[in-house]
Design a protein around this ligand. Structure first.
Ligand SMILES: Cc1ncc(COP(=O)(O)O)c(C=O)c1O
Length: 440
């Protein structure tokens, strides 16, 4: 499987964004996150055009949690995107990436007082309110600052997204948002309409992530449009914004066939427009918040292969060949968290036939399998392994487990490679450590 601008070049090497992956590994070291900028640009454009065409008045907010560094924020700003942030750190990164706060949405089920203050002080576009406590806190914060903060209310439409339980967020039993069915969402809307300091502009939902089927969207759409109607009927207010969140899945394996961005835009828009027409509502401005489907397939992690070890296994009786790479759980926790599966190529033998069975493991102090079963060309120590579709929830979830330094990130575009995050140093690992006098 080749994604985005990936191709096999005349040297039989994997090329991404016009750059030879083996040369990237030599120049920047491994593990290395390589980001295909052209594919990110293409995905952003595809989202904007598809929703404009299918729905009309709409905006696309990139969900920063998938992968947020200053260069990503600067790119999103250039592409006229909106941006979701979900913490003080993401907001700060975005500000330092020259992203205009007026085009940001601030998310989270527990925003601290410091975060609410930051959002208000910087004039964030919308705060997406998640609880009654937050609603009161935000109202007080905005009033004290002499501002009126535009808000959306996060609603829980009670839809099962049929995805991994840890990334399923829109079911009734969820820590996120206000339940529509039990009346909490309506109570939140009414309270928001009464409170000073906040300006209720709309409602929001996000049902889950890595969705490989559009049904959950078309189930959530009528729930949300009916709720808009109920709000109008009970309060006389027609809210001008409807945010349907993110969630579209990507290809991790050749056999994954996620719906395209166009298919998502068609189905979701049709379901919403139908609900809006039936309810006799004025069409609200639609927001969507894709994260994974913008950056996921654009990321490739390059590793250097270390030991290749054949072991005898009892169940089923036979042999397993472990390929150890110079990263693992710390740069990609998704296999451990979600049993996520990945595909890979040997970057320096990219066109060779994959005919041998391997298990790819990291080098942490646990069984950090990156890929339990994969067919590859013959793998030898020193080869460069390119694990694909690592653009989302990899760098952003990376840790320093075992005191590993976090890898560098390189943007590749039109044959040029730009370092956008330098590799951490051993000194970086110590920069927050302090030694009390009695231990010094
Ligand atoms: C509120 C919200 N919006 C958008 C997203 C992005 O989801 P995805 O990366 O699946 O598109 C998330 C992910 O958790 C989310 O919580």
């Amino acid at each position: 499987m080749l994604l985005g601008t990936q191709r096999v070049n005349e040297r039989n090497h994997l090329e991404i964004g016009g750059c030879d992956a083996v040369e990237l590994a030599a120049e920047f070291g491994t593990p290395l996150y390589v980001v295909d900028e052209a594919l990110i640009r293409q995905n952003c454009l595809a989202y904007k055009q598809a929703f404009q065409r299918e729905y009309g008045d709409s905006a696309v907010a990139y969900a920063g949690k998938a992968f947020i560094v200053r260069a990503v924020c600067a790119l999103m700003a250039k592409l006229d995107m909106w941006l979701d942030v979900a913490s003080a750190g993401e907001l700060y990164t975005a500000l330092k990436g020259n992203f205009p706060p007026q085009r940001m949405l601030f998310h989270g089920n527990y925003k601290t007082q410091q975060e609410l203050q930051m959002a208000v002080d910087h004039g964030v576009g919308y705060v997406v309110v998640d609880s009654f406590v937050e609603l009161d806190q935000l109202s007080a914060t905005a009033q004290a600052a002499g501002r009126v903060q535009p808000i959306l209310i996060r609603c829980n439409p009670g839809v099962d997204p049929h995805t991994h339980r840890l990334i399923s967020t829109g079911k009734e039993d969820s820590k996120f948002g206000f339940n529509i069915k039990d009346g909490s969402a309506m109570a939140a809307v009414k309270r928001a309409l009464e409170l000073p300091g906040v300006d209720l502009q709309g409602i929001h939902c996000h049902i889950g992530s890595q969705l490989l089927d559009l049904t959950p969207y078309t189930e959530a759409a009528p729930v949300m449009t009916s709720f808009l109607k109920q709000i109008r009927d009970e309060t006389g207010v027609e809210l001008p914004v409807l945010d349907m969140g993110g969630g579209l899945g990507i290809r991790y394996l050749e056999e994954h066939h996620p719906p395209t961005i166009d298919e998502l835009a068609k189905s979701l828009s049709a379901a919403l427009l139908d609900g809006i027409a039936k309810a006799g509502l004025t069409k609200p401005r639609l927001f969507v918040e894709p994260g994974r489907s913008i950056v996921g397939e654009a990321g490739t992690t390059l590793y250097t292969v270390g030991p290749v070890k054949e072991v005898s296994i009892p169940e089923p009786p036979g042999k397993r060949v472990y390929v150890s790479v110079d990263g693992g759980l710390s740069d990609n926790p998704r296999p451990a968290l979600y049993d996520a599966l990945y595909s890979a190529l040997v970057a320096n033998k990219a066109g060779d036939e994959p005919k041998f069975d391997y298990t790819v493991s990291g080098r942490h102090c646990e069984t950090d399998m990156l890929i339990p079963h994969i067919k590859l060309p013959r793998v030898e120590t020193g080869d460069i392994l390119a694990v694909q579709s690592t653009g989302a929830y990899n760098y952003s979830m990376a840790s320093n487990y075992n005191r590993f330094t976090r890898p560098a990130v390189v943007f590749v575009y039109d044959g040029k490679a730009d370092l956008v995050v330098r590799r951490e140093t051993l000194d970086d690992l110590l920069k927050c450590d302090l030694l009390p006098d009695r231990l010094a």
